[in-house]
Design a protein around this ligand. Structure first.
Ligand code: TXA
Ligand code: MG
Length: 324
């Protein structure tokens, strides 16, 4: 909390690992880059520091956090047990956009897991954040660094614009490469199960562990409390429909997969992937949604993207943005 009486102290953005480390060791929050989205990080083993994450994001306490570690070697410290399939996935995809749900050890504060008996663990693939994690004596709890319910940040500037007044330091690691949050995999009854579609495709996961099941998303599902239907939402009215069904008016904004509309001004259109590559679309998704939200348009129209590779995770985010 850095609010002074007459002045708001805005976060500093920089690349100093030394400063980031000092704030974190002091129980304060730091914005951190990952390959998926920026995180709002604190000492995962310090309940007071973790509490300030929830307060800063305005996040309900029933929505658990992901704990970031620097290597698979740290898993046994935080997880009581690791199913063989989980280990295979970790070895195949870490560092990377994969989060594993594992039985927690008591060292993890209940606030981090919202009282669940599993902890979400991930090794992020960003050189700065990996170096930061290696320099710390504790893991980092970090949700996406956006106010609860809004679009996730993929640049340091996005974090500063929305949470800058409450975060003393943001570590600038450039634009997030993947651009969409990690895929979350758990193992209820030993079955690999996707709790959240994300930056690692279902196809890639199935090549390693065979067929996986998908948790049905629902805002009332206590096993995946963060999977609230209305999430990732721009502030403008947002409609997800096929291109042909969109109302084409010059006052509206348009998020398209690979081609522009002829009927409306190009300046209010964003094309996710002119070459049709779903990974490129994921990389642009949140930044373009933010841009459209900030333009002087009345409403935003988006079309679903092809449902393969990261396209599935993109469609999941678009559906939830439209579900208000
Ligand atoms: O890519 C990412 O995962 C980013 C970067 C910063 O690592 N983090 C992120 O965190 O997306 P967040 O808090 O925005 O989303 C975490 C999701 C939430 O939906 C939460 O419900 C779910 O993980 N989660 C955490 N622990 C869980 C658990 N034990 N069981 C089920 N879901 C869990
Ligand atoms: Mg989030």
């Amino acid at each position: 909390g850095r609010k002074l009486a007459s002045q708001t102290v805005v976060a500093r953005i920089g690349t100093s690992l030394r400063e980031a480390k000092a704030f974190l060791e002091n129980g304060e929050l730091v914005g951190i880059p990952t390959e998926t989205v920026y995180g709002l990080a604190a000492n995962a083993l310090d309940p007071k520091a973790v509490l300030s994450i929830f307060e800063t994001k305005n996040r309900p306490s029933f929505d658990p956090l992901i704990v970031h570690i620097d290597s698979v070697a740290k898993v046994p410290v935080l997880a009581a047990q690791v199913p063989p399939l989980a280990l295979q996935l970790a070895e195949a995809f870490w560092p990377g956009p994969l989060t594993l749900l594992l039985p927690k050890r008591a060292i993890i504060p209940d606030l981090v897991t919202a009282g669940l008996d599993t902890v979400a663990l991930r090794v992020p693939a960003h050189p700065l954040t990996l170096e930061l994690l290696r320099s710390l004596a504790f893991p980092l709890a970090a949700p996406s660094a956006n106010p609860f319910g809004y679009i996730s940040p993929t640049t340091a500037r996005h974090v500063a614009e929305q949470l800058g007044a409450q975060v003393p330091y943001i570590l600038d690691g450039g634009e997030c490469g993947v651009g969409i949050e990690s895929t979350i995999v758990g193992f209820p009854e030993g079955q690999p199960t996707i709790y959240r579609l994300g930056g690692l495709s279902v196809e890639a996961i199935e090549r390693v562990v065979g067929p996986v099941q998908l948790m049905p998303h629902s805002s009332s599902n206590p096993q995946a409390p963060g999977m609230l239907k209305s999430h990732y939402a721009p502030r403008k009215p947002f409609f997800l429909v096929a291109k042909e069904t969109m109302e084409k008016v010059p006052e509206d904004g348009y998020l398209l997969f690979d081609t522009y509309l002829d009927e409306v001004p190009a300046k209010y259109q964003r094309v996710l992937a002119p070459g049709g590559n779903p990974s490129e679309a994921a990389h642009h998704l949140f930044a373009y949604l933010r841009e459209l939200d900030a333009l002087p348009v009345s409403r935003i129209w988006a079309e679903p993207v092809p449902d393969a590779g990261l396209g599935r995770a993109i469609n999941d985010r678009l559906r939830r943005a439209a579900a208000r």
